[in-house]
Ligand binder design. Structure first.
Ligand SMILES: NC(=O)c1ccc[n+]([C@@H]2O[C@H](COP(=O)([O-])OP(=O)(O)OC[C@H]3O[C@@H](n4cnc5c(N)ncnc54)[C@H](OP(=O)(O)O)[C@@H]3O)[C@@H](O)[C@H]2O)c1
Length: 248
């Protein structure tokens, strides 16, 4: 998909929600989707970071974004419902969600992880994409062509020692995508997939792999042809897939 020739207006008139849009891959995706015509909804915890992304999009002359901060570690059902209601009221539609926000602790053996740590990891990385998708389903079903894109991780895809609760949550995301794709088969306008980004430069990566040389890693921009393909209409027949960026 690295050679995907992206139509410039691929996402024109679409409203796309991006979680964790304040930095890293989410920030790059927000800027890229906006550059391809989307009105993006920027979600994250830090309003300051989201405002900086908003300013970049405004300065580039793209459609003005919306900002919806929500801490996924604390969010309850009513918060997800309120977010979906606000999108319906303020933007009137929703054509896609990129579930990108994630909590990843530094690598650690399972026996050193606590139940409380696990519950936070499962809440942010697995329960949040489920609850947010569920709340937004009526809007997505009503859209002419809608895409839900979840984010897995190399160690969620192929389990490895020391990645603990974060990896377990990400493998749950892959299962969630496959179950939901089957249940949504009756909606040909709606697809759900997961992407495994592989190593790219980001603040999270710098934290989890402190010994790695940043300049040896690809930039988040290299993922964007795949993300655009999966968010836009050219992937309308693709659903229930877990796609590894390095192989795509
Ligand atoms: N970078 C890589 O090499 C790599 C490899 C494989 C998979 N991935 C996956 O790709 C996605 C993006 O990764 P990244 O490296 O760009 O991560 P990142 O730089 O750490 O960014 C993660 C984003 O998630 C948000 N977030 C974290 N906890 C949150 C919470 N409790 N509530 C709301 N938002 C929260 C953060 O928002 P705030 O800053 O506002 O807190 C931040 O914007 C993740 O799903 C990650 O697992 C990345």
């Amino acid at each position: 998909m690295k050679n995907y020739q992206v139509p410039q207006n691929l996402l024109r008139d679409r409203v796309i929600l991006i979680t964790g849009a304040g930095q890293g891959i989410g920030r790059t995706a927000a800027l890229t989707f906006a550059a391809h015509g989307a009105t993006v909804i920027l979600h994250g915890r830090s309003v300051k970071k989201l405002e900086a992304v908003y300013d970049e999009i405004e300065a580039a002359g793209h459609a003005l974004p919306a900002i919806f901060p929500l801490d996924l570690e604390k969010a309850e059902s009513r918060d997800y419902e309120a977010l979906a209601d606000a999108i319906a009221r303020q933007l009137g539609r929703l054509d896609g969600i990129l579930h990108n926000a994630a909590k990843v602790d530094r690598p650690q053996p399972l026996e050193d992880q606590t139940l409380e740590q696990w519950l936070q990891l499962l809440r942010v990385n697995l329960a949040a994409p489920f609850a947010l998708t569920r709340a937004c389903l009526p809007l997505l079903k009503a859209a002419p062509d809608a895409a839900i894109l979840m984010t897995s991780d190399t160690h969620g895809h192929v389990p490895a020692a020391y990645w603990g609760g974060a990896a377990v949550a990400k493998s749950g995301v892959e299962t969630l995508v496959k179950i939901w794709a089957q249940e949504l088969e009756i909606y040909p306008n709606l697809r759900i997939n997961a992407v495994v980004p592989g190593p790219v430069q980001s603040p999270q990566r710098a934290r989890t792999h402190p010994g790695e040389l940043k300049d040896n890693l690809p930039r988040a921009e290299t993922l964007m042809p795949l993300y655009l393909y999966l968010m836009g209409q050219d992937s309308h027949e693709t659903s229930g897939q877990v796609i590894e960026a390095v192989q795509a």
